[in-house]
Design a protein around this ligand. Structure first.
Ligand code: UDX
Length: 431
């Protein structure tokens, strides 16, 4: 099939490259000409494992093209995916002005029947607005359908998530659109759930909010574990063995970050409030997430007494391992808080340092984890990169001024660390 992807950001590029990989003809559109030049050379402006290879392979095979014109793409393609940004406004609501602008542009370009699919994360009822915008602007007599097909891509594993999904959700209002979208996803052999458009939109926000709720839940349990001397990893294991609860997203740590969870939770909260259904649970989930970062700083303070004039080596800045993404990364708030207490920070991240630089003033960025440890009063782990797991801890101990380790991601075995001579502090684990 011929597919147009409007918006060549993270979601658009992964979606476009994967559809091309499945054998479809894809055009990715963007209004950033510089970005398009880079992409046409098979280079990718973001870090996502496997994406560059997939793009350059499909560009070579002639299945993936890049273009600046929405009008041209609408004429060429039978299905159009809206993958533009929906950034948060100051009040937490999603800014849908880019979605509206694209819908209008598609509408005025429609030559014949097209399916317009919303893949950007949007609040419930956006599909209705897109359909209305289309109706108000398109040439009379040309049919179209609007659909919702939310993405469930996690950064770092996005290609696998796309090609081997747990489910594909298709929200449609006509059999004709359903048929087109089923055909598109047929090569995946994944379970397909067909719903109405509003339910599909809600599935996305409800899923992300639920996953974030699990994380905040276990983070509070981890504080309780600290207070009574229990082990949160064992508690999570025991809970997760119940299939009604499930074992994923029960890893305690310094809180969730990334562009999706904080933004989607706030947007979901706003939309429910607007509809007169206050979702206070989500307020609490967000609040716990903020507290968790301060809780971690307090943990450091209670071991080190005064923070003023202390130096900390920070390992990991990205909001999670496997990405260079710094958006809403817990490291930013934690480091700023530590700096406000007078701490000097030396930091290392295998991928995210160039993105971190503009966000973190007065931090010394170093070239390795060992450099971060050299001469520091303690080591602080904020992202669970595997290279931190396999460090030479005898060397780390020699480099540190004091053998103190704050493990914000529960990466290490507390007993082993103790044996190596570290004063170890995890999240909700007896040290
Ligand atoms: C998330 C959703 O998983 C994905 O389905 C959606 O499409 C986009 O948002 P992503 O933001 O890439 O994906 O990362 P994810 O792996 O879900 O992690 C989000 C945050 O939660 C990270 O900061 C991570 O460190 C944290 N996390 C995750 C925990 O603290 N504990 C866990 O058990 C899981």
């Amino acid at each position: 099939m011929r597919i147009g992807i409007i918006g060549s950001g993270y979601v658009g590029l992964v979606t476009g490259a994967c559809f091309a990989h499945l054998g479809h003809q894809v055009i990715c559109v963007d209004n950033d000409v510089k970005k398009l030049t880079v992409l046409k050379k098979g280079k990718v402006p973001i870090y996502e494992p496997g994406l560059e290879e997939l793009i350059s392979e499909n560009v070579k095979k002639g299945r993936l093209k890049f273009h600046a014109s929405v009008r041209y793409t609408v004429r060429q393609c039978e299905v159009l995916f809206i993958c533009v940004n929906t950034p948060p406004k100051d009040n937490g609501e999603a800014d849908l002005s880019y979605v509206e602008a694209v819908a209008r542009e598609i509408a005025v370009s429609l030559p014949s029947y097209r399916v317009i699919v919303d893949k950007s994360t949007v609040p419930v009822e956006t599909g209705g607005w897109v359909a209305k915008t289309m109706k108000d602007n398109h040439r009379k007599g040309v049919a179209f359908d609007v659909a919702s097909n939310p993405e469930f891509l996690s950064e770092g594993t996005a290609i696998r998530d796309f090609l081997e999904p747990d489910r594909v959700v298709i929200g449609v209002s006509s059999k004709r659109a359903e048929k087109v979208l089923r055909q598109l996803y047929a090569p995946l052999k994944a379970p397909i759930l067909v719903t109405d458009i509003k339910s599909a939109e809600l599935i996305k926000h409800a899923s992300n909010s639920f996953l974030a709720t699990k994380i905040s839940f276990i983070n509070v349990v981890s504080r309780l574990c600290d207070a009574v001397g229990a082990d949160v990893d064992l508690v999570a294991k025991g809970m997760g063995m119940d299939p009604r609860i499930g074992k994923s997203f029960l890893k305690a740590g310094v809180g969730f970050g990334g562009f999706c969870f904080p933004k989607d939770l706030s947007a979901f909260l706003r939309i429910s409030e607007k509809r007169g259904i206050p979702f206070n649970l989500l307020k609490e989930v967000l609040e716990i997430n903020e507290e968790q970062k301060s809780y971690f700083v307090q943990k450091i303070e209670s071991e080190m007494w005064n923070l003023r004039n202390k130096t900390l080596g920070v390992l990991g800045l990205a909001f999670k391992a496997g990405t260079d993404d710094m958006r809403f990364a817990p490291s930013v708030d934690i480091i700023k808080h530590l700096q406000s207490e007078g701490v000097t920070v030396k930091a290392y991240d295998p991928q995210a340092m160039s993105r971190a630089r503009p966000l973190l003033k007065k931090v010394t960025f170093v070239k390795s984890a060992y450099e971060a440890a050299r001469g520091a009063d303690a080591l602080v782990v904020l992202t669970e990169w595997s290279e931190f797991k396999n460090m030479d801890f005898k060397r780390v101990k020699r480099l540190l001024r004091h053998p103190v380790l704050f493990d914000g991601r529960n990466m290490y075995d507390p007993k082993q660390m103790k044996k190596l001579g570290f004063r170890y502090h995890g999240m909700g684990r007896p040290s």
